[in-house]
Design a protein around this ligand. Structure first.
Ligand SMILES: *[C@@H]1O[C@H](CO)[C@@H](O)[C@H](O)[C@H]1NC(C)=O
Ligand SMILES: *[C@@H]1O[C@H](CO)[C@@H](O)[C@H](O)[C@H]1NC(C)=O
Length: 448
């Protein structure tokens, strides 16, 4: 979700409902239905062979440095068939909240949806999986220490509910996946792997216990901040940086990362300040992600990742993947965002951090406008085609579309297993600004 809740509080209605008016750009009305297996003996045989090749491709992508014996003359199409897109950030749950008040019976994902995402367009775009963002906005009323009650934990639970209900309701298409292996298996079975991501630590109500429960509900990344500071870390603001509060991570923020590492929740650094990102990249025992962020050297807004951090991904010891955001206001000057400008961001991050550290995090359904040529989830093949023309190899492209993310997720899971095996205890720290805990001990003789 970008942008929303700028600190200035001067929200236009389009910032509060950033999707309104997003319906016009790409409504060509010619979307193809999801592919169905051909009928008849002969075509059935061909289908089996094709499925076999698809499977072989998958094995190659996700396990080996690719030797292209199965695909000696790769095309953008064949690359995507063997390595479909896994997008780091899609705001369909937020669209369901804004448009339908979370009534998952009020629309049909098999038909044209008002935003950028529906099943026919996901299939046309060769999507193999995505993180469903269970975003809710920054509170305006939490007070300077963030301790005043807000509805953010309730609202996050509602967005998790919406996501899980939809994944269940359309189980022919979607599958809730909790590990990198489950993602690969779901794609193998022709499903769209569905992961959950929380977009800001303001959504856990200052409580690491809440994070643990989000994990049990399926959440596999959390962005440390949205566009506001919180008890754990400083935000990077929107177009301009915010004055820092903690100078990056707070002490409690370091403990949060300890617990994310122990659980196996990816640390997501999109939206964070440079200091937060720098400190977290160094501190986290597991690889980190930017679920939806572009390059500041290509377009200078604080929401994008600066070169010195991209360089530290290349030279540092921690693995990471920066998944490029398509939001026009992060990609190019007003009115200038195109497919080519998004590709420029991909190339820049590839050049500075290394091509094995780039991914795709479109922010579809969370942005009101879209770049020309990348109007919705059906357009990923155009992105891959442009990079193919610019000389990216099949192996590099398979990393971009999903392989790099799966590598990082895989290692994060291993780190969590190792920490748990070593007996690392859960983080029980309580936010020091809270006044409700500890509770004064009750006297058993005086009933309450
Ligand atoms: C949800 O949407 C359906 C279809 O529009 C409608 O029949 C139903 O009454 C709605 N449910 C609620 C609780 O609003
Ligand atoms: C980028 O923008 C910031 C303000 O957000 C400014 O301080 C900085 O000088 C700009 N950098 C370049 C290279 O223009």
């Amino acid at each position: 979700m970008d942008p929303v809740d700028t600190e200035q509080g001067a929200q236009s209605s389009s910032e509060q409902s950033p999707l309104l008016g997003a319906q016009t750009s790409s409504n060509d009305g010619h979307d193809e239905p999801p592919p169905t297996p051909p009928e008849g003996k002969k075509t059935a045989l061909i289908w089996t062979v094709l499925t076999g090749l698809f499977a072989v491709g998958l094995i190659l992508v996700f396990t080996l440095p690719v030797t292209d014996w199965a695909d000696p003359f790769p095309t953008p199409e064949s690359i995507l068939d063997s390595a479909p897109v896994i997008d780091g950030h899609i705001d369909l749950p937020e669209l369901v909240r804004v448009y339908y008040a979370n009534n998952v019976s009020a629309f049909n994902l098999n038909e044209r949806m008002p935003g950028h995402v529906d099943i026919p367009r996901l299939r046309k775009g060769k999507v193999g999986g995505f993180f469903w963002s269970v975003y809710v906005s920054c509170p305006k009323d939490a007070g300077p220490d963030f301790v005043d009650p807000t509805w953010r934990v309730r609202d996050t639970l509602e967005q998790i509910d919406v996501s899980r209900l939809l994944i269940e309701q359309y189980s022919d298409t979607f599958e809730l996946t909790l590990t990198s292996q489950e993602v690969k298996d779901a794609i193998w079975n022709g499903k769209i792997a569905s992961l959950l991501g929380v977009e800001g630590a303001h959504q856990i109500g200052n409580s690491i216990a809440v994070l643990r429960q989000f994990y049990t509900l399926g959440v596999r990344y959390m962005t440390l901040t949205h566009m506001c500071h919180n008890a754990f870390a400083d935000s990077g603001g929107y177009l301009e940086p915010l004055p820092p509060l903690h100078g990056g991570l707070s002490k409690f923020g370091y403990r949060l990362i300890d617990e994310m590492n122990r659980l196996g929740i990816l640390v997501d650094l999109s939206h964070t300040s440079d200091q937060t990102a720098e400190q977290s990249l160094k501190y986290s025992k597991a690889p980190v992600i930017w679920s939806h962020s572009s390059a500041r050297a290509v377009h200078n807004v604080s929401r994008n990742v600066p070169d010195y951090i991209l360089e530290s991904i290349k030279t540092g010891s921690n693995d990471a993947v920066v998944m490029v955001n398509f939001a026009p206001f992060y990609v190019a000057p007003d009115g200038k965002a195109t497919l080519e400008s998004v590709v420029d961001h991909v190339e820049h991050i590839g050049n500075v951090a290394g091509r094995q550290h780039v991914g795709i995090g479109s922010d579809y359904d969370g942005i009101g406008s879209v770049p020309e040529g990348l109007e919705d989830v059906s357009k990923y093949p155009a992105l891959v085609t442009e990079l193919f023309k610019r000389g990216w190899s099949a192996e590099e492209l398979r990393g971009l579309t999903g392989g790099n993310l799966l590598r990082v997720l895989d290692v994060a899971e291993r780190v969590a297993r190792e920490l748990q095996k070593a007996g690392t205890p859960p983080v029980l720290d309580i936010y020091d600004k809270r006044t409700d805990l500890p509770v004064e001990r009750l006297n058993v003789d005086s009933p309450t």
